[in-house]
Design a protein. Structure first.
Length: 220
């Protein structure tokens, strides 16, 4: 393993080691292995590997939901890390393009300057695959639980077609979050390989939502 990859793992572990388990190092390692496997399936060239791997490892360390106050943290940002490790400027830009552009909220922003390269596609698809299916269900309840959000409230309607300004991830219920975001991700996949793998995960969420509704209604 390259020294830079090892250093990126260590930085990520240090920054995210105490975050709730919807965004912990295991999330990042799952995204890395999914992204590399999508890259292989999509036939990306070996020189793309470092871009995909570093973008996956560093994609959440500056997430504002967790890493709000930059001054308080001793560890470098993703961009500072890449500069410190003398990553080639073209590669660095490719990695930062992925990290800055891959979030769901960012994609709702019509002003987004993200370039949808093949490397971008596999890292974003990998992060989104980890947000759906059984793991996605587990993560969504974990995220909401950590913020004390209700899992369901029949009086709170899901808000469809949210704009970037309207989308804040905490003023909703977890079941609404499926309708506002998670069920849309299958249709937003950017690689063939990602689309293929989203199918089963998506179906599983629909089955979960049906069962949840039946149990809530008392029919089951
Ligand atoms: P992105 O990485 O696309 O910006 P987030 O970091 O906001 O997405 O969300 C990652 C995961 O955190 C979601 O897929 C979900 O599992 C969980 N999450 C985010 N917002 C909510 C919410 N309001 N309720 C439940 N889970 C949430
Ligand atoms: Ni992520």
């Amino acid at each position: 393993m390259g020294a830079v990859v090892k250093a990126a793992e260590e930085l990520m572990q240090k920054v995210m080691g105490n975050w709730d388990s919807s965004h912990d190092p295991f999330h990042v390692y799952r995204v890395r292995s999914l992204a590399l496997s999508l890259a292989a399936e999509e036939g990306l060239l070996p020189e793309s590997r470092q871009i995909v791997e570093l973008a996956a490892l560093l994609h959440d360390i500056d997430d504002h939901k967790y890493a709000s106050s930059r001054e308080k943290r001793a560890e470098p940002t993703a961009e500072e890390f890449l500069t410190q490790h003398q990553i080639d400027p073209v590669k660095k830009e490719a990695i930062m393009n992925i990290i800055h552009g891959m979030g769901f909220k960012e994609e709702l922003n019509s002003m987004s300057k993200a370039k949808f390269t093949p490397e971008f596609a596999v890292v974003q698809d990998a992060d989104r695959l980890d947000a759906i299916g059984a793991i996605g269900i587990g993560r969504s309840f974990t995220f909401a639980g950590a913020r004390n959000c209700p899992m369901y409230d029949p009086d709170i309607q899901p808000r469809m077609n949210l704009t970037k300004e309207e989308y804040t991830s905490t003023n909703t219920t977890t079941i609404n979050h499926f309708h506002e975001k998670l069920l849309k991700l299958k249709g937003m996949m950017k690689s063939q390989a990602g689309r293929r793998r989203a199918e089963g995960r998506h179906k599983f969420m629909l089955q979960f939502l049906d069962q949840f509704a039946e149990e809530w209604s008392g029919k089951l």
